[in-house]
Design a protein around this ligand. Sequence first.
Ligand code: FES
Length: 163
Amino acid sequence: MSKENVMLSETTCKEIDKWTAKFPADKKQSAVLPALHIVQDENGGWLTNELMDAVADYLEMPKIAVYEVASFYSMYSLKPVGRHKINVCTNISCMLRNSAAIVEHLKKKLNINIGETTEDGKFTLREVECLGACVNAPMMQVDKQYHENLTAEKVDEILDGLD
Ligand code: FES
């Protein structure tokens, strides 16, 4: 059952509760990954310190442990992001299949550097480590969707098709 938390909405708490119910009562912190996803999605794609603190309180775990998780995984953002997050992989397999050209194309097309958001707030471009799709390198993730065997033309088609 949800308990009151000033930073987290009732809906968010209920969603988190679905995850905590999967673990023993004294292991609520095991739900930290999905809890951060839920909170991040509700906050326009990024996590504030206050929200991470609220998750820590809700799961009865040390705040620092939540910060460690949120800062370790590239799927969490700790600063405001655009409507669409582009995570382009530049790890070894993608690098060998010329991810550098994809990165350059993205930077030029969006007129931003890695870590930046376009002026219209539409796209945030990030460079990430291996996302486990090496067999179809080079690849990028846009929001929750993987796009593989990328070419500049394919990147254009994907991005031009987004609102
Ligand atoms: S190296 Fe790019 S997905 Fe694995």
